[in-house]
Each structure stands twice: as C-alpha cells, then as structure tokens.
Ligand binder design. Structure first.
Ligand SMILES: [Zn+2]
Length: 174
C-alpha cells in the first residue's frame, strides 16, 4: 500500500446503498434503542492529528468533535434472533448535511462479520473497541474472497433508518 493511498470514508447515504434483498428483510426487524452516550473524538490518522493541532493554533483553543454513540437491540420478528448494532455519529449536525455525515457502525451478526467488516474498516467506517476487535478477529483485515461484500447488513440498515428518522431527537440539529 502506498503512503498516499487513501479510501474515502462512507457517509450515511452510502451506507444505505445496499441490495434490495437486505432492505426487504430489514422490514422484519423490531428495533429498540438500548443505550446512548456522548464521546469526544480523537483524530484517527497522523494527518488528522496534525490538522487538528493546526485548527487549535488558529482558533487558540482546543478543537473537539463531539459524537453520539447509539446502541440498538434488533430482533428478527420471524425467528426471535437478536443482534446488537452500534452507530457513532457526529453531534450538532447541520440538517442539510445529515446524509453526508461520516458514521461508524458495527453489528454482531455473521453477515456483518464476513461481508461488511473489512469494507467498512477500509473506509474507516467500522466502529471498534477492544471487545469488537476480539470478536471480529481477522475479519477486520481479511478481504472477503468467496462472498460479495456489502456496506451494511439488514440490522445496520434498520438502525440507520431509525437514526435518520429520529435525528432531531438524537443529535442537536443546527
Ligand atoms: Zn447485522
């Protein structure tokens, strides 16, 4: 990989762009938001860190980006299987820019693990903590070879739909 190769982060709009089968199956899910909390983002890259420092020098104050982490429990009404989806999305969003927000997402289902995790990690859209890193293991760094990758499973899609529907309530909208 070259030093300058760079994969653009995906937006909410990009993450909704999945196949019609998963979208259709997302209608069978019952979703419940079980937790939400605020976090202060640190830049993910060295370039991001330098840029942040630059902004702080210009503004003469610490530059902080506040995000909300939403946690969902998603139950398939056909078989009662349940999965956890986590989405991290910037707070204080401008309404017109909602669909252009870069979000991080995770689901604990196997579709996500085998078809989404690698793609999302490549775009810097994978929500990670130490527990999730352990759970996904090599799925984070191994490109799917035998299956067609996708940017979201049906659970993630359902959670994104809930976020878009309720963004006024979840995010402080400008
Ligand atoms: Zn899933």
């Amino acid at each position: 990989m070259s030093l300058f190769s760079f994969t653009k982060p995906l937006t909410l709009e990009d993450l909704k762009d999945i196949d019609s089968g998963r979208i259709q199956r997302s209608k069978d899910l019952r979703i419940k938001k079980v937790d939400q909390y605020l976090v202060t983002d640190k830049p993910d890259t060295l370039l991001g860190t330098i840029y942040r420092k630059f902004l702080e020098v210009i503004a003469k104050k610490p530059f902080e980006v506040l995000s909300k982490v939403l946690k969902y429990e998603i139950v398939n009404t056909k078989n009662n299987n349940s999965h956890i989806v986590i989405i991290k999305v910037p707070m204080h969003v401008d309404e017109k820019k909602l669909m252009k927000q870069k979000v991080k997402i995770y689901c604990d289902c196997s579709d996500f693990m085998y078809r989404c995790a690698w793609v999302l990690n490549n775009h810097n859209n994978l929500f990670l903590n130490s527990r999730i890193k352990d759970a996904l293991g090599i799925a984070i760094s191994t490109q799917p070879m035998k299956v067609k990758p996708t940017v979201a499973c049906k659970h993630a899609y359902a959670a994104i739909e809930d976020l878009i529907k309720n963004y006024r309530q979840y995010l402080i909208v400008k």
